[in-house]
Design a protein around this ligand. Structure first.
Ligand code: GN1
Ligand code: MG
Length: 381
């Protein structure tokens, strides 16, 4: 066992040390800390000691991540997607901060992952930065909107057929409902009786919640390459200028609809409370935050979006709130196999908060669509 500073688990340190060796990370291992980012993968910031070139020691951090293979059934394909997308970004934007995944060598073959009995691991450069789980700062929200809009613009000519679907039907809201209803019937851990109100609401609004999926099926919305997990904490910001540096979490980059990216970002960033607030009565959409994000996003994308896409951006926020409610509720009904939970009814708390947000959006849809329309007109000129 290596000796590790207080508060660290020697077994975890040992494991991370072994992974670092496999990825040829130079310098002595110093320490690690778990990064509480994300509800699916497990992330550590791992610090090494490095000579800074003048003989002085400095800390060099890396991000080590264990990919959740319950969520991502084919992590090798997922890493192939990431390789293609990060390479594309480096070529398109060589001067910007970019993500780099390190390689390990297994039987003479270079791989950007390590698969062993302890799971599926990858190692990425650490970007010193700020992230926000919630944010009231209009300027930062606008920058986040620009960053996700720009992400889509950079990829607009990327050949979508080169990408695997890392999770089939990820934003297929109809399928999400079908799965929920099937699992309700099976009720494997006996929780359905606790969630009748939530189910009633979701079933009652099903058609509206599935509007994007249906419109896509009818050929009314184009497929693009989208990020598909646009929480504001997936944007890294410069610590000094507070400008967006880079969009992270490329696990779900795959063909999708623009509304998925816009709607998911809003349901997370523009909610008055956090996604898992225990006070759902306080949930609701902050129209100032909504406006700021829409400004940023549309300043980048308005020139390429179709009228139908623009018309559905407001509604897409409602769709995504309902979609996440069905996913959290389904996970609760199954006994929480998918999302990380910190307490027993965490997924139910998340569900209630998304439903409360959706109900508030119902009242504000007209205003949301008007804001989107105004921004689109402004930036299409
Ligand atoms: C998951 O792990 P994280 O936080 O990046 C989920 C998203 C959800 C989100 C809800 C692959 O994202 O779809 O919107 O939790 N990612 C996956 O917080 O399922
Ligand atoms: Mg994610």
């Amino acid at each position: 066992m290596i000796s590790v500073p207080q508060g660290m688990d020697p077994k975890t340190a040992q494991k991370l040390l072994r992974i670092g060796e496999a990825f040829n990370i130079p310098g002595p291992f110093f320490s690690y800390e778990e990064v509480s980012h994300g509800n699916v993968n497990l992330t550590y910031k791992v610090n090494y000691i490095r000579d800074d070139g003048t003989g002085m020691a400095r800390i060099k951090p890396y991000l080590f991540q264990r990919v959740n293979t319950y969520a991502f059934k084919n992590p090798v394909q997922l890493m192939e997607n990431i390789d293609k997308v990060t390479e594309y970004f480096r070529n398109q934007r060589p001067d910007q901060v970019n993500l780099h995944f390190h390689h390990s060598e297994v039987s003479g073959e270079r791989r950007n992952y390590l698969m062993d009995d302890g799971g599926f691991w990858r190692v990425c450069n650490y970007v010193p930065s700020l992230t926000f789980d919630t944010c009231d700062d209009i300027e930062i929200v606008r920058n986040a909107g620009e960053a996700f809009g720009d992400f889509q613009m950079v990829l607009k000519d990327f050949d979508a057929s080169k990408l695997y679907y890392t999770i089939e039907d990820f934003h297929n809201t109809r399928k999400r409902y079908e799965t929920l209803l099937k699992d309700v019937k099976a009720d494997p851990v006996g929780r359905v009786h606790e969630v009748r109100d939530e189910l009633d609401y979701l079933i009652q609004v099903q058609d509206r919640a599935c509007r994007l999926t249906d419109m896509y099926d009818q050929g009314k919305l184009p497929l693009r390459v989208t990020h598909n997990d646009t929480k504001i904490n997936n944007v890294l910001f410069d610590e000094v200028t507070r400008k967006a540096l880079v969009v992270i979490d490329l696990d779900t980059v795959m063909p999708g609809l623009v509304g998925h990216d816009f709607g998911d970002a809003i349901r997370f960033a523009a909610n008055f409370v956090e996604e898992d607030s225990r006070e759902p009565e306080k949930a609701g959409i902050n129209l100032n935050i909504f406006w700021a994000f829409a400004e940023g996003f549309l300043s980048k994308t308005a020139s390429i979006l179709t009228d139908a896409e623009i018309d559905t951006l407001g509604l897409s926020c409602y769709v995504l709130a309902c979609e996440l409610a069905t996913r959290f509720l389904d996970d609760y009904i199954l006994g929480d196999p998918y999302f990380k939970i910190n307490y027993t009814d965490h997924n139910l708390v998340r569900t209630r908060c998304q439903i409360a947000l959706a109900k508030d959006m119902e009242r504000k849809l007209g205003a949301m669509s008007a804001i989107v329309k105004g921004c689109a007109e402004k930036y299409r000129r």
